[in-house]
Ligand binder design. Structure first.
Ligand SMILES: [Zn+2]
Length: 245
């Protein structure tokens, strides 16, 4: 528990880095230089304007230089990243598994942030992340389970995308590779929960806008990511419950 609490601070800092990734990767800009800067005026942030969560609160969500609003996404990503890293350490202890789980969660946060903001799941995040997780999981627990789940899950979503192209994109298919590589046999829990969760806003939009809602399209990525987090922390008990009702 103490260990998990200690993981919070680096988790927040990694979340801060993910904000840079999510803002720049879709624009094909470098994530290393220049340092963190205001997206509106380019004002480079000094260290005290770049403290995760605190700076947002102190600056009241505005750039100190031009006064442009800083999206709520920034502190939200920092908070969620910190909690997920701490959660991974709490669940897996001081083991390599915790490192892989943290990396997996951070990749999910980055993918969700870009999908929500730019409606894309960048190949340059999801493909290397899936490869790294697949290699790490297979090295830590040698078994064909991880590769089978990765290709099984993405094959399933590919089939779904071919049947219903409006519902999901190739980004979701590649995201499923990442989910399967990490979750193994519990990946169906993640996909099922993700799809059910995505139905909620779909129904709300449909109720509000009628058939026009069909064109609005809801990014599936963040919901699959949500399902994946639940499966990561509670997948085995959930699967057990389902199989032994
Ligand atoms: Zn500014």
């Amino acid at each position: 528990m103490t260990l998990a609490a200690l993981a919070l601070a680096p988790g927040f800092a990694l979340g801060s880095f993910l904000n840079v990734v999510a803002a720049r990767v879709p624009l094909r800009r470098s994530i290393v230089s220049p340092g963190s800067a205001c997206m509106a005026c380019g004002h480079e942030l000094s260290w005290y304007e770049n403290v995760p969560l605190l700076s947002y609160a102190v600056l009241r969500g505005r750039c100190r230089s031009c006064g442009a609003r800083i999206g709520l996404r920034y502190p939200a990503v920092e908070l969620v990243a910190g909690l997920l890293v701490a959660g991974s350490v709490w669940k897996f202890g001081f083991h390599l598994e915790a490192l892989v789980a943290s990396f997996f969660c951070l990749a999910l946060v980055a993918v969700s942030a870009t999908d929500l903001e730019h409606r894309i799941i960048p190949n340059r995040i999801v493909v290397p992340a899936a490869a790294i997780v697949l290699v790490a999981q297979t090295a830590l627990n040698p078994s064909p389970e991880w590769a089978a789940a990765a290709f099984g899950a993405s094959g399933f979503l590919l089939l779904a995308a071919l049947v219903y192209p409006a519902g999901m994109g190739m980004g979701d298919v590649k995201l499923a590779l990442l989910l399967g590589a990490m979750l193994g046999r519990t990946v169906p829990v993640a996909i099922l929960l993700g799809m059910v969760a995505a139905l909620v806003p779909a129904v709300v939009l449909f109720a509000r806008h009628g058939s026009a809602a069909r064109k609005m399209g809801i990014p599936l990525g963040p919901f699959l990511a949500l399902g994946a987090v639940v499966a990561l922390f509670a997948g085995h008990p959930l699967l057990h419950l389902y199989l032994h009702r």
